[in-house]
Every structure is written in structure tokens, then in C-alpha cells.
Design a protein around this ligand. Structure first.
Ligand SMILES: [Ca+2]
Length: 211
């Protein structure tokens, strides 16, 4: 009997030879899907991490978030040996995603203040990213020198509460945050992730601690 590609079998013997084959195909597919899913979850996206390596400057007495605490605050660029408003930038390698400004290694307990945090990121290519920002209390953000967020609010830190789409460029990018504290806790959590399905690599540039 001539068969074409759509012919359906079979003798009984052929039937039993086909069933395991279909079973194997389906299960191999499921295994492949499972392994694919595992690899997606197991692959730590370099681009999705919270930023923990900062340079910070403060505290500056402040009645609110919106008034500038230093001259030209929007143009602040941190660096070893630099300062702002008479205070030096200092390196803060946070132990957790939630950066606690009231930790002893940061500024300690205080109220009615603002401080700045600065990070540099190096990307292997251009691409759109989402900045997730939680802050205690309100915060402003500048990306590559352009203001991208102002949220004057009394709140605790909740990661990703504010979300802003940004254009990351190949090479160096800068993120400057300003965080106000009216009272109670004081800090923030900032993360970046690709805006779409594509992922690529970037890294936080470790702040220099010597010339
Ligand atoms: Ca607070």
C-alpha cells in the first residue's frame, strides 16, 4: 500500500511501535519545557538586581523633599574626594536591598533631613529599563542628569512602589536619588530591570575609594 505523509497506521504491531514514540515525544517536550522554565528561573539576571553599591551625601536639614538642599542638586556627581553642601560623598555598600540611611555606617538616627545617593551603571548596549523605587519618605530621581521622578509622600519603603521607564545607554549611566525623611525610618530600595523580554548585561560600577 502506498502511503503519503498523512497516512494513518497501522497494523497492531505498528500501533504499539507508534504509541511509545508519541509518549516519548510528548514527554521529551514536557521535559524540555520544564528544563527551559528551570533555566529561566535559575538564570540570575545581572540586570535585575537591586543596587547596593552607592555613594551617599548628607544629611542636610530639610523641611520637605522639594526644596533644594544644596546648590544645583540636579547636577550632583559623586566621586572620591568630592563633596556637596560642605559634606563629602562616602561609599555605602548596603548589606541588603533596602538601603537604611539611619544605619550607623550611613547617617544614623535623624529626622527632618534629606540625603543624596548616587550610582553608576555600565551597560553593554542601549535598551529600555524599568527603575523600581521604594522610599521612606518621598524621593526624587535623576537619570543621566535628567529628572525622571518626583514623589512627595509620607511612606515606608516598599520595593518597586514607584516605577519609571528609562533609556539605558551603552557605556556609563548615572542614577541620582534624593530621599526625604519627615520622621521614623529613612531609606530606599532601587532596582533596575529590562522593560521588555530582552535581557542584557549591565553592572554597577564600584565606587572608587582611593585616587
Ligand atoms: Ca520616614
Amino acid at each position: 500500500m502506498m502511503r503519503n505523509n498523512h497516512a494513518v497506521c497501522c497494523s497492531e504491531a505498528e500501533l504499539y511501535s507508534v504509541i511509545p514514540s508519541r509518549w516519548a515525544t510528548r514527554n521529551l517536550l514536557l521535559i524540555a519545557l520544564f528544563l527551559g522554565a528551570v533555566s529561566v528561573f535559575a538564570r540570575e539576571p545581572v540586570s535585575g538586581r537591586f543596587i547596593r553599591d552607592w555613594q551617599i551625601c548628607g544629611p542636610f536639614p530639610a523641611a520637605n523633599l522639594l526644596d533644594p538642599a544644596v546648590e544645583n542638586e540636579e547636577s550632583l556627581v559623586a566621586g572620591f574626594g568630592r563633596g556637596a553642601g560642605g559634606r563629602p560623598w562616602k561609599v555605602l555598600n548596603a548589606a541588603a536591598d533596602h538601603v537604611d540611611f539611619e544605619a550607623p555606617e550611613a547617617f544614623g538616627l535623624t529626622n527632618q533631613v534629606v540625603a543624596y545617593a548616587f550610582a553608576e551603571l555600565e551597560s553593554e548596549r542601549d535598551g529600555d529599563v524599568i527603575l523600581g523605587l521604594g522610599s521612606d519618605d518621598g524621593a526624587m530621581a535623576w537619570w543621566n542628569g535628567r529628572q525622571v521622578l518626583v514623589h512627595d509622600v509620607a511612606r515606608g519603603v516598599k520595593a518597586g512602589e514607584d516605577q519609571v521607564r528609562l533609556r539605558m545607554r551603552q557605556g556609563r549611566n548615572t542614577l541620582l536619588l534624593k530621599v526625604f525623611d519627615a520622621g521614623g525610618g529613612w531609606g530606599f530600595a532601587a532596582d533596575l530591570r529590562p522593560a521588555g523580554a530582552e535581557t542584557w548585561t549591565w553592572k554597577v560600577v564600584p565606587p572608587k575609594t582611593t585616587e
